[in-house]
Design a protein. Structure first.
Length: 375
């Protein structure tokens, strides 16, 4: 229990679970043709943008063609990564029973193998959201973003490390399922680790072969300008994905939880943990599309396998439920969420200040500094 939820009773948690279960059942029962048409339409747009972008890059030695082709390819990669790949692999479209758009068959345009991502993200992250020591997405094993995390010297460099992580985010995601901490302390299974590394190597060779060899070669004399365009599109896609994901998990008053929170956790308590551990980003319909609707991170964490095109209609009802039970609904503009996230990255990069000793009436008293407690 946190101060945010101290007012909730067991009956409240049960009621929250019933209301959110009912909302889920209502949306699931309504899925049909318009939802199917939506995902097929987005896939057509994405593939058209990619084909058009690569065609323009055949003339990429001409600056306008390079800019237009790179832009189209970047948008295509963002759509494939965010609105299509991420959501298809969550099983959001499995109900259609289309073998080509199914969580068991989709392999995304990314160096992270789908199978490894689904384990670390779908199971670990969405089960143990924001639980210290369980959710490996808390700081991605690299960053300190809360006072509860132990400070290490490497954290002094985390503003720079975060820039590099953003630029090459797909590689950070690819390494995520390796559980580097277990490799370092010798508790991993060497054969399992080797197989994961082989799978990552195969995926990297496939992606590099496509983006940095095959398509540049097809461009003939535009080889180097096309290679630069593909690299630019990948980096911009990575930075955008990193920004959206970090803004959904780390800004403002997003809460972290100790492992003890999991002991005997009820369905209602799990729902509330998702509410407190997620944040939304405000924007229009095009913005939501380009974020993969992860701008509705709260709704996504409550219902990760409900199609993303439904989150916008669910959001007002989730917000009303939060108001009804006195719970915060974290949301803000992109600029606000980015600034709040970066503030944390800088704030927790430095070691905590030691408690300051005060003397009053001849007695020593320890008074914690505000920045040492995270307030």
């Amino acid at each position: 229990m946190t101060t945010t939820t101290a007012h909730l009773t067991a009956a409240d948690y049960d009621a929250i679970a019933r209301e959110l279960d009912a909302l889920r059942d209502e949306i699931t029962a309504d899925l049909g043709e318009r939802d199917s048409a939506y995902i097929h339409r987005v896939i057509r747009w994405q593939r058209g943008l990619e084909a058009g972008g690569r065609a323009l890059l055949m003339a990429s030695s001409v600056p306008p063609a390079w800019v237009a082709g790179t832009t189209a390819l970047t948008v295509a990669k963002v759509l494939e990564n965010m609105e299509i790949g991420h959501n298809v692999m969550h099983g959001q479209w499995d109900w259609m029973r289309d073998p080509k758009i199914h969580s068991t068959t989709w392999e995304w345009d990314n160096v992270s193998p789908a199978a490894q991502w689904k384990h670390t993200h779908n199971f670990v992250h969405h089960t143990f959201t924001n639980v210290l020591g369980k959710d490996r997405d808390v700081g991605y094993g690299l960053l300190r973003i809360a006072p509860e995390q132990e400070w290490r010297r490497i954290h002094l460099a985390q503003p720079v490390l975060n820039v590099l992580l953003a630029m090459f985010f797909e590689y950070g995601v690819a390494m995520h399922d390796l559980e580097v901490e277990e490799i370092q302390d010798g508790t991993h299974d060497p054969e399992v680790t080797r197989e994961k590394l082989r799978a990552i190597g195969r995926k990297i060779r496939r992606q590099w072969g496509k983006d940095y060899l095959a398509f540049p070669l097809l461009s003939g004399p535009q080889f180097f300008s096309t290679l630069a365009a593909n690299f630019t599109a990948n980096v911009v896609r990575n930075v955008w994905a990193h920004t959206v994901i970090f803004c959904g998990h780390f800004p403002g008053d997003i809460e972290l939880f100790e492992e003890e929170r999991l002991d005997g956790e009820t369905k209602g308590e799990w729902y509330v943990r998702q509410l407190l551990g997620s944040g939304n980003i405000t924007g229009g319909s095009l913005f939501h599309l380009m974020t993969g609707n992860l701008s509705h991170q709260i709704e996504h964490h409550l219902f990760p396998d409900i199609p993303s095109n439904r989150y916008a209609e669910i959001a007002p009802r989730v917000r009303a439920l939060c108001e009804k039970y006195g719970l915060p609904y974290h949301t803000g503009s992109l600029s606000k969420q980015v600034a709040s996230t970066w503030k944390k990255i800088f704030q927790y990069s430095v070691p905590p200040r030691p408690a300051r000793r005060h003397r009053r009436k001849g007695k020593a008293r320890l008074q914690p500094r505000a920045w040492a407690t995270g307030r």
